[in-house]
Design a protein around this ligand. Structure first.
Ligand code: UDP
Length: 482
């Protein structure tokens, strides 16, 4: 039960469904442990409102779904001359919000801690100015964090650019070799401003008092050990790492109003027979690629449930809201009729968590967004990894090479993934001996996820450790001088 006399834990989220959803789940967990919680959400500057429109809609939906959580909307900062680079625009928007976050912290009678999304590194300044202990909540795999924390050292001690290295394996502590071309585009070119901004941020993460990770230790044991041993940041101490997940939206909460038609359709399919395809909150492929996928699914002979979005007109503007897809023109002629008995196409959005947990779902073609990976692992579903944007190529390496929970859709880094590859990988996962082994591994991953969250499980214990640290942390004297 939450006590109103408790100091407040302020969670500073970033715009974006994949960031806000896990932050809200953390807020719920903190509340269940009796803490007062507020989620502070930035509002995009007026000059970037069009660009962030789909995020703002998603934020409004998430707020509406969670009436038990207090949200504080930080006012939009002035940003008259937005950076032409979309990613830097987003980082600027967060940085320019720091003064209003600071004012908000000072307006509260007592703040126990500030928990930051990893894109909100500049908010460390607000924590320092108020003497409030700051923690990060990392909503991607520990493997990403291990690689990113190592980058400042890596760049300081090496030459060359990832973008010129092709698939050359990069060797970072605690993770499998990562092909240079699978590093996020923001760090491919060290001369680039985005790279400087990111590496500057990674270098500041050790300033935090602790790092919470939305994973469970079984998934990334070796990586978490490397982080804790300080192997990833050679030149200064790494803050304590707490693996507290998987924190995910529960199916029932994700459903709004009536049950989605795709769930009724799944009810009528045999157990573990359906391949589900969905590319996160933003992912969409070209119309040529949609037709290739359709051909591959058709020739695989398997049942499928496919979330189709309108192709982005400009790949650089993939976050802009898109119209409903016109299936008649996007999919091959006759495809819908020919596959009517074994396939369903859903426009734009499906209740993913419920689909993944449905008994009829047998495999998941995923863009490897971390929430999707956790949702699939917890449901015991093998993944066919098709990374699209952000850090998803890196996640793909970890899912396949470190966690052994999926296979790669080859061609993800070329113009097209061919229909033959879609068919081959669907058959591999659904029909082959390798698929059976993968399924066995996933059954363990599912069991371990449940075990981690149960009383006495690794995530419960590490969350308790974090609470102990939070309660013992004293506000420094900085605020007294204010
Ligand atoms: N999601 C959903 N239905 C969709 C697409 C996405 O419910 O049609 C949810 C999905 O379950 C996950 C989140 O949106 O919780 C996407 O987060 P993820 O980290 O996988 O990818 P991102 O959108 O951040 O790239």
């Amino acid at each position: 039960m939450e006590s109103s006399s408790n100091p407040t834990v302020v969670l500073h989220a970033c715009l974006g469904v994949g960031h806000l959803i896990p932050m809200v789940e953390l807020a719920k967990l903190l509340r269940r442990h009796g803490l007062a919680v507020v989620v502070a959400v930035p509002t995009p500057p007026a000059s970037t409102a069009d660009f962030f429109a789909s995020s703002a809609d998603a934020v409004a939906r998430i707020v509406a779904f969670n009436p038990s959580i207090s949200f504080h909307h930080l006012p939009p900062p002035d940003y008259p001359d937005p950076d032409p680079d979309a990613f830097l625009q987003m980082l600027d928007a967060v940085r320019l919000t720091v003064p209003s976050l600071l004012a908000f912290l000072r307006s509260l009678p007592s703040v126990a801690a500030l928990v930051l999304d990893l894109f909100c590194v500049d908010a460390l300044d607000a924590a320092a100015a108020t003497g409030v202990p700051a923690y990060f909540y990392y909503t991607s795999p520990a493997g990403d964090l291990a690689a990113f924390l190592h980058l400042p050292h890596y760049f300081a001690t090496t030459h060359g650019n990832f973008k010129d290295m092709g698939k050359k394996p990069l060797l970072f502590p605690g993770v499998p070799p990562i092909p240079a071309s699978d590093m996020p585009h923001t760090v491919l070119d060290r001369a680039d401003r985005t790279c400087a901004a990111r590496v500057g941020h990674y270098g500041r993460i050790p300033e935090a008092r602790g790092i919470l990770i939305n994973n469970y230790e079984w998934l990334e044991e070796r990586t978490v050990r490397a982080l804790r041993e300080g192997a990833c940041v050679p030149d200064r101490p790494t803050p304590p790492v707490y693996c507290i997940g998987p924190l995910m939206v529960k199916g029932e909460e994700a459903a709004e109003g009536e049950r989605h038609a795709c769930l009724s359709w799944l009810d009528a399919q045999p157990a573990r027979s359906v391949v589900f395809l969905c590319f996160g909150s933003l992912g969409a492929v070209s119309s040529k690629q949609l037709k290739e996928i359709a051909r591959g699914l058709e020739s695989s002979g398997h049942r499928f449930l496919w979330v189709v979005r309108s192709p982005p007109e400009d790949p650089a503007k993939f976050v802009l809201p898109r119209p409903e897809p016109d299936l008649c023109t996007l999919l091959p002629e006759g495809f819908m009729e020919r596959t009517r008995d074994r396939g369903m196409v859903v426009k734009s959005w499906a209740p993913q968590v419920e689909v993944l947990r449905h008994a009829a779902t047998g495999a998941f073609v995923t863009h490897c967004g971390w929430n999707s990976v956790l949702e699939a692992a917890s449901a015991g579903l093998p993944m066919l990894c098709w990374p699209q944007y952000a850090e998803q190529r890196l996640n793909k390496v970890l899912v396949v090479e470190e966690m052994h929970l999926g296979v790669v859709m080859n061609g993800y880094d070329e113009e097209l993934v061919r229909a033959e590859e879609v068919e081959k990988k669907v058959r591999l996962v659904m029909d082959s001996e390798e698929g059976v082994k993968l399924r066995e591994r996933l059954a363990v991953a599912k069991e371990m996820a449940a075990e981690a969250l149960a009383d006495g499980g690794s995530s419960s214990m590490q969350f308790a450790e974090f609470l102990k640290d939070l309660k013992s942390s004293k506000r420094s004297s900085v605020e007294d001088d204010h």
